[in-house]
Write a protein that binds this ligand. Structure first.
Ligand code: PLP
Length: 398
């Protein structure tokens, strides 16, 4: 899937790639928005063509669990935005993460993680993979990564900024260490999006996303994506997505393609408001800590300033009054909606310890900074002053 020609001596800006990357008007109809192709299978005409397509001798669609034209446009757009050779679309972020890891790892291998992870990912790596004979070793700091690597380590897995305490992992340094030990790096780029960080350019091998978040952007579609080299994506598609059946539906792919077109504008607006809100909350009487990489006091600020072009739309706050203060604050918000998920047009807030991270064992949860007083805020694209007014009034009600 190609895109419009570009003759200038510089690469396209992310805003241009988000609109045009990976797509041209539909050849058959001229439709600018890619048609939603709902077929489950595709005629290959005659016997020999069928043989050629199934052996890969000839290109062509066969069955929508393997590949679908609408999904292919979404995959091509994401490959263009992340700077990868190819991409594979999935039914959700968890489908992307679990299918990618299951495609890459076998019994006897191990995986090392650096820093905090989304609760669902923590479940796959900390509990599902060990049940299949794939051991995981989790370190909090990159300084401890080399010591955690073994001859069986095939994958180093990171998430940056990490859900929900916005920990920052140095991607270039992670790739350097992992490659020295012959392992590859898989990075979850959901919070940063390719608008703010391009992990592949920093040496990461495979990028995964929950496309349900900033990529969709409107809270109305569920999806995931993996991006990397053509070889790696062939493996992820065949040994992961096709076998597990974790394919993206063409309806959701169409919504995600539409979401991508405005993603850079939305991410820019959310990041600017999140920075303002973080600065306002930092030092507030009711709050003991604000976790936002855009604050100079954040432990990952310097690395984030190097590998991100802005600091993103998500922050979390540590309420001095613990769980009961978090509860009063959240219940007092009127414009900000209490819900999980992030990256929507609408601002959303939640209490990770009892929602997104409730299934994570308490010791790991607390060690990762997901305390009982932690509140996560995903800043939408509303006018920042209106959000600040809502947050301010809710804080007075604790
Ligand atoms: N990765 C991160 C960083 C997330 O925050 C989430 C969900 O919140 C996921 C992956 C899982 O994505 P999904 O809910 O689309 O399966």
């Amino acid at each position: 899937m190609s895109m419009k020609k570009h003759d200038a001596h510089r690469p396209f800006h992310v805003r241009t790639l988000a609109v045009h990357g990976g797509q041209t008007p539909d050849e058959a109809t001229g439709a600018i928005a890619p048609p939603i192709v709902t077929t489950s299978s595709y005629s290959y005409g005659d016997f020999d063509n069928g043989v050629d397509r199934f052996t890969g001798e000839k290109p062509g669609f066969l069955y929508s669990r393997f590949a679908n034209p609408t999904v292919a446009v979404f995959e091509a757009k994401m490959a263009a935005l992340e700077g990868g050779e190819a991409a594979v679309g999935f039914a959700s972020g968890m489908a992307a993460i679990s299918s990618t890891l299951l495609a890459l790892l076998s019994a006897g291998d191990d995986i090392v993680t650096v820093g905090t992870l989304y609760g669902g990912t923590q479940g796959v790596i900390g509990s599902l993979l060990p049940r299949l004979g794939i051991q995981s070793n989790q370190v909090s700091r990159i300084e401890d990564l080399a010591a955690a690597m073994t001859p069986c380590t095939q994958v180093v897995y990171v998430e940056t900024p990490a859900n929900p305490v916005l920990g920052i992992v140095d991607l270039a340094e992670t790739a350097r260490i992992a490659h020295e030990f012959g392992a590859i790096v898989v990075a979850d780029n959901t919070f940063a999006t390719p608008c703010l960080t391009q992990p592949l350019a920093l040496g990461v091998d495979i990028v995964v996303h929950s496309a349900t978040k900033f990529i969709s952007g409107h809270g109305d579609a569920t999806g995931g994506i993996a991006v990397g080299t053509a070889d790696a994506m062939r493996k992820v598609r065949q040994a992961g997505m096709m076998q597990l059946g974790s394919c993206l539906s063409p309806h959701d792919a169409s919504m995600l393609i539409r979401g991508l077109k405005t993603m850079p504008l939305r991410v820019e607006a959310s990041s600017a408001s999140a920075q303002r809100i973080a600065e306002f909350l930092d030092g507030h009487d009711a709050i003991s800590a604000v976790h936002y990489p855009g604050l100079p006091g954040h432990p990952g600020h310097d690395v984030a300033a190097r590998q991100m072009s802005a600091f993103g739309g998500i922050l979390s706050l540590e309420m001095k009054g613990g769980r009961s203060a978090a509860r009063s604050f959240l219940d007092a918000l009127t414009l900000v909606t209490q819900a999980v998920s992030v990256g929507d047009t609408d601002s959303l807030a939640c209490h990770p310890a009892t929602t997104t991270h409730s299934a994570v064992p308490t010791d790991i949860r607390k060690k990762s900074g997901v305390t009982d007083g932690l509140v996560r805020l995903s800043v939408g694209i509303e006018f920042a002053d209106d959000l600040l007014d809502d947050i301010q009034q809710a804080l007075t009600q604790i």
